[in-house]
Design a protein around this ligand. Structure first.
Ligand code: KMH
Ligand code: ZN
Length: 272
């Protein structure tokens, strides 16, 4: 098995500081949180930009500041979100890819997202994939339900996505696929054989699904974007606390954690 890549999803677009007082919001706070997560074992930080009042934004300038703040403090791979927040236009969401981060997310279809719809028209998926290819940005394919994996395979077959692909199986979104072991095993049975994959379990599904992924040779994503609790009824103190726990579990299961340099190799960054 490859070493374990831990992604820290630091902020997201939906969580508020009212729900999680330790949520990093400003670029500086995101940079500090990224460094703490890198120290705890994360090799990728998945970032969303916010205005100072906490409202989500895809403003290129704010992403630029986030990338600077992270790079000043650690070597973690910066993966920007092109999912942004529900209701943003495709053009808005795509804007920060021009900053040429090492990685960016690419959602492979539409899904009900709690009480909203996260809309991803096939033409937008095409445009996002083309722009990432043009800018030399490695996409992480976000899969919220099984049909999106089928879509990704069609896109790969027609050469519209670089291969081997890296997938993020986002499980437990209300409206998406369930965060169960059965659903995970099904998704793994459908992945292209050369793919790398990570799992992002929402809420209480985070701990069991990340533990499964460690054992099954996948990679893991933790952080406030997906889960604000350490355990039932107890808020996590920081993103780094969640990273440290998954790193500890990986250690016990004899799956060493990847450094950012090792993660770059595993994901073949810079070779797309
Ligand atoms: N905020 C969600 C609607 C991504 O980062 O690419 C979408 C999302 C996915 O967070
Ligand atoms: Zn995200």
């Amino acid at each position: 098995m490859d070493k374990l890549i831990i992604t820290a999803a630091l902020t997201g677009a939906e969580v508020s500081r009212y729900q999680q007082p330790a949520l990093p919001i400003t670029p500086e706070e995101i940079g500090i949180a990224a460094a703490a997560c890198a120290e705890a074992g994360a090799s990728i930080v998945h970032v969303h930009a916010r205005w100072p009042d906490g409202a989500p934004t895809q403003d290129k300038g704010v992403y630029h500041q986030i990338m600077d703040e992270v790079r000043q403090r650690c070597d973690a791979i910066v993966q920007i979100s092109t999912g942004g927040a529900v209701g943003m236009s495709a053009q808005e969401r795509l804007a920060p890819v021009a900053l040429r981060p090492e990685m960016a997310t690419l959602s492979m279809g539409s899904v009900n997202f709690g009480g909203d719809v996260f809309y991803n028209h096939p033409a937008d998926i095409d445009a996002f994939a083309r722009e990432m290819q043009l800018q030399g940005v490695k996409p992480e394919l976000e899969i919220f339900d099984s049909g999106m994996l089928a879509t990704a395979k069609r896109w790969l077959a027609k050469g519209a996505l670089p291969s081997p692909a890296h997938f993020d199986l986002v499980m437990g979104v209300p409206g998406g696929m369930a965060g169960t072991s059965q659903a995970l095993m099904y998704m793994l049975s459908e992945l292209p054989p050369d793919a790398t994959w990570t799992v992002a379990g929402i809420g209480a599904t985070q701990l069991p699904l990340t533990t499964m992924a460690i054992l099954l040779g996948g990679h893991v994503r933790v952080g406030f974007e997906d889960n604000i609790f350490y355990r039932k009824g107890e808020l996590a103190l920081s993103n780094a606390q969640l990273v440290a726990r998954v790193a500890r579990i990986a250690g016990e299961l004899e799956r060493p954690v990847a450094t950012p340099a090792e993660a770059r190799q595993i994901l073949r960054l810079g070779q797309a």
